[in-house]
Write a protein that binds this ligand. Structure first.
Ligand code: HEC
Length: 166
């Protein structure tokens, strides 16, 4: 009995270790997020969602910059990237984790939150596949605006205002 028990625990510990290992190996992104979280003392769920939003912010800037420079091919490519990133929003907002600028309704109104993330994904995909290839400046700028509206639309409902530093 004792022996069986200890074997069980050994196996259990191995499984736990394997789980940790697998989690750490899902990609450099996850590792980085964890390190940043540790350094800043951030909760890992908060760090993951902030990390994704930061990448989304960077990619969004790349879309705007390329569109402004009339490099529609690059804008379309960046927007395709934005589409992929928006597909991860619901996942990183699954657990509340620690406190952050996410409003409580992110977790009480999940359907609407998910829909907002889908709006962004769709507008990014349409920009990438249609607007950026249209050869029309008006279409490109309309497409850029559409994406921007979907960032703002979600932030307005689900993100708390920045606290002023005192
Ligand atoms: C589905 C909702 C949703 C969409 C769509 C969305 N965001 Fe966010 N975003 C949030 C929430 C909620 C936060 C607050 C995260 C927190 O502090 O927990 C946030 C935070 C951010 C942050 C701050 C990250 C940090 O370091 O604290 C940036 C930058 C950002 N968003 C950029 C964007 C851009 C650019 C877009 C559009 C291309 C976008 N977001 C679309 C919900 C969204």
């Amino acid at each position: 009995m004792l022996v069986r028990n200890s074997a069980f625990w050994r196996r259990g510990a191995l499984l736990v270790l394997a789980g940790v290992f697998a989690a750490g190996c899902t990609g450099p992104g996850i590792f980085e997020t964890k390190n940043v979280a540790a350094r800043k003392g951030l909760n890992k769920d908060v760090a993951a969602r902030k990390g994704l939003m930061k990448s989304i912010g960077k990619t969004w800037k790349a879309v705007k910059k390329a569109a402004k420079a009339d490099d529609n091919k690059a804008a379309g490519k960046a927007s395709g990237e934005l589409y992929k990133l928006s597909g991860k929003i619901s996942k990183v907002f699954k657990n509340k984790g620690g406190k952050s600028r996410s409003k409580p309704n992110v977790w009480t109104d999940k359907g609407k939150f998910k829909q907002r993330a889908e709006f962004l994904a769709v507008s990014a995909a349409v920009f990438s596949q249609v607007h950026s290839k249209s050869g029309s400046k008006a279409m490109v700028s309309k497409g850029v605006k559409n994406i921007g509206k979907n960032c703002g639309g979600c932030h307005k409902t689900f993100r708390a205002k920045k606290k002023k530093k005192m």
